[in-house]
Design a protein around this ligand. Structure first.
Ligand code: PGA
Length: 254
């Protein structure tokens, strides 16, 4: 069955508003010929509204990188799902390994955030992935299964169907090291089988599972060519319109 390829760019803590405006414009212009690939860009929260103005009439969708799970309240410095939504975002990254590593996010907070995102009409991109030590100890499947089960706890099939899962081995993020296509496929298949067990064939066969970790134009075709790899969550290579658009065009050509 053919699933849509979904390419998302995670801008992380890069780009001031003027830089964001420029990058969003370039991406929009370079992807006007794209028909069958879903594109999402996730600028920093400060640039969401600015970028939304650029892409709102295009096929590029807007995503945020984070928010807090409470609807509103005295949480100085944080942002709600409603605020993200009102800036034009329709997607949000949840549980990125950098959030888990530096900001104490856990499977429980990921679970709460998915709930709030769905309540606010945001589509979650839920990140999972093992560390190098975990991979070398042969517990990748166990770690990733636990992250997925924890994230999905309490959600029915209709809710689970709204998610995108991003498998991002931590050792491959920002390191230039990529999982081999076989390593990626193996974990993606494991994730899809787990979703099948937790829910049903329909959810499992349709859910988008992205790969993330040093995806670039040079390796995009081989990774995206794997049966259970439905797209990519791109960090470094999405900060330049040329390389991001190249990855999108590779996805479109497959
Ligand atoms: P990278 O980041 O492409 O720079 O490895 C991916 C990510 O963190 O989502």
């Amino acid at each position: 069955m053919a699933r849509l390829k979904v390419i998302a760019g995670n801008w992380k803590m890069f780009k001031t508003n003027s830089e964001a405006l420029q990058l969003a414009n370039q991406i929009k212009m370079k992807t006007t010929d794209i028909k069958n690939t879903k594109m999402i860009i996730c600028p920093p929260a400060t640039a969401l509204a600015v970028v939304n103005e650029v892409i709102k009439d295009s096929v590029v969708s807007l995503g945020a990188q984070n928010f807090y799970w409470e609807q509103e309240g005295a949480y100085t410095g944080d942002l709600s799902a409603g605020m993200i939504k009102s800036s034009g975002a329709t997607y949000v990254i949840i549980g990125h390994s950098e959030r888990r590593q530096y900001f104490g996010e856990t499977d429980e907070t990921v679970n709460k955030k998915i709930n709030t995102a769905l309540e606010n009409g945001l589509n979650p991109i839920v990140c999972v992935g093992e560390s190098l030590e975990e991979r070398e100890s042969n517990i990748t499947d166990k770690i990733v299964s636990k992250q997925i089960s924890g994230a999905l706890k309490g959600f029915n099939a209709a809710a689970a169907a709204k998610l995108i899962i991003a498998y991002e081995p931590i050792w491959a993020i920002g390191t230039g090291k990529t999982a081999t296509p076989e390593q990626a496929q193996e974990v993606h298949k494991m994730i899809r089988d787990l979703i099948r067990n937790l829910y049903d064939d329909d959810v499992a066969d349709n859910i988008i599972i992205q790969y993330g970790g040093s995806v670039k134009p040079e390796n995009a075709d081989i990774l995206l060519g794997q049966e259970d790899v439905d797209g990519a969550l791109v960090g470094g290579a999405c900060l330049k319109a040329d390389s991001f658009s190249e990855i999108i065009h590779i996805a479109e050509s497959l």
